[in-house]
Write a protein that binds this ligand. Sequence first.
Ligand SMILES: Nc1ncnc2c1ncn2[C@@H]1O[C@H](COP(=O)(O)OP(=O)(O)OP(=O)(O)O)[C@@H](O)[C@H]1O
Length: 482
Amino acid sequence: MASGLNFQLSKRTHIFHLKVWVLVAIFVGVFIVIILLVLPFCRSRKRSRKANDSLPISQIPVVSKEIKEIRVDQYSANRCASPDMEHLFTLHDKLGEKDSEVLLSSEKEKNSDKIEKDGVVYESGEKKGHREIYSSHPIAVSSPLTGLPEFSHLGWGHWFTLRDLETATNRFSKENIIGEGGYGVVYRGHLMNGSPVAVKKILNDFGQAEKEFRVEVEAIGHVRHKNLVRLLGYCVEGTHRLLVYEYVSNGNLEQWLHGAMQHHGYLTWEARMKVLSGTAKALAYLHEAIEPKVVHRDIKSSNILIDEEFNAKISDFGLAKLLGAGKSHITTRVMGTFGYVAPEYANSGLLNEKSDVYSFGVVLLEAITGRDPVDHARPALEVNLVDWLKTMVGSRRFEEVVDPTIESKPSTTALKRALLTALRCVEPDADKRPRMSQVVRMLESEEYPIPREGRRHQRNQARQEKDRSENPILKQEGRSDL
Ligand SMILES: Nc1ncnc2c1ncn2[C@@H]1O[C@H](COP(=O)(O)OP(=O)(O)OP(=O)(O)O)[C@@H](O)[C@H]1O
C-alpha cells in the first residue's frame, strides 16, 4: 500500500510535468503563507477595538501605527464623564472655586488722560474707567468646542487631525505665531466652529519632545480649573505632536511687568493681587485637590497667562511631575528657570510641591516690586530679588520696594500681607513654607498680618482670660474691667 502511494505521488502531472508530491507541497506552502499573512491583520483589528473600549482617561495614546490608522470619526461623539472625572469635579468644587470678587480702584476715573479699566491704567484713555465689582464666574464644564465631532477616546478633549490644525492656523502661518518656547512654537488659530485656540507645535528634533507632549496631556488633560489653561485636545500624526489650548488673549504676567504689554499701561496693585491669588488657587488645586498631585516645576511670570478680566491661567505643563499618594518627594533632574527654582531642588534634585511654593513666592515678589528675579543690571546687593527683599524688610524699608510704576500705592496692611506671604513662601527650609491653600487664605484674609489694633485686642483678651482664671468672682461675672 505504501509503495502504491509512493507510485501515485511520483506520477507526473500535466502541470509543468511536475510530480504529484511536488504539487501537493506547493499547495500546502501557499496555504501556510496565506494564513501567516492574514492572521496578524485579524489580531490587530481585535486589539485596536479592545484598546478603544478600555483606555483609562489618564492614559495617553501610545504613539504607534495604530493611532495613525484609526480615523477619529470612528469614535463615539457621546463624551460622558467617567467616575474618575466626576471625582475630580467634586474635589474641584471643594477647593476655593467660590466666586471671588475684586474691587477695583475708582480714583483714576477722575483723571483726564489716565483711565483705569479692568485693573489696568490706560495711558491713552481709550477705555472709560469706573468703580466696578467684578464677579468671576465659576467655570462651565461644557465644552467650548460644541459643534466639533471629533472626541478623543481618552475621556476628555478632542483628537485633532493635522489637517484640522493646518486649517485653524492658516497652515501655521508666520502671522499667527504668538511666541516660541523651549520646546515648541505657539500659534493663534480658529477652529471650524469659530473658537479661538492656541496651538503648540512641539519641535520634534528634541528628545524631550515626546516626553513633554505626554506629560502635558497626562498632567492637565483631565483637570479643570478656572485658573489653569484648558487643554482642549491634541494631535498625534506621524512625527507631529501638537497641543490645542483655549486661547488666552491678554498676554502673560511677564509681558505686563517687564515686556510687550507694558505699552497698554501698567497693572494696578489690585489687578496684580487678583492674578497672584488666582495662581495660588490653581496651585492649591494641583497640589491638594487631585490625585496624583501635580508639581508644575516651572512656575514663573511668563507661564501665567492673563485673560480679559485679569484672571490668571497657569500654562506650560511640559515639565510637570505627578506625585502619587504617600510620596513625600521625588528625586529628579533639575529643570526649571533660573531665579525661580527652590534651593533644595537646585542643590539636590529633591522635588515636591514645596518647590512650586518657592517659585510662587518669587513671582509674588516680582509682582510687588516689578523687578526681575535676577537682574545683573542692578547694583550687587540688588541683583538677587529674594536677598534684596529680605534686607529691605529686615531694615524696615519695606514701603520702598513697591513697583514705582504703580501710582495708587497699596495700603501698608495690604503691602505687609503680600510681602509676608511671599517671604514665607521663599523660606530656605521647604518644611517651613506654607501649603498653597494656606497661601490663598493669607493673601485674601483681612486678618493677615494681624493689624496693630487686632494685636492689642488680642493681648487684652489674653490678659482678661488670665485675670478671670485667677479671680473666681470675675470669672463668674465675666467682668475684667474692675
Ligand atoms: N493658551 C495660550 N493662549 C495665548 N498665548 C499663549 C498660550 N500658551 C502659550 N502662549 C504664549 O505663547 C508663547 C510661548 O509659550 P511657551 O509656553 O511655549 O513658552 P515660554 O513660556 O515663553 O518659554 P519656556 O519654554 O521657557 O517656558 C508665550 O508668549 C505664551 O504667553
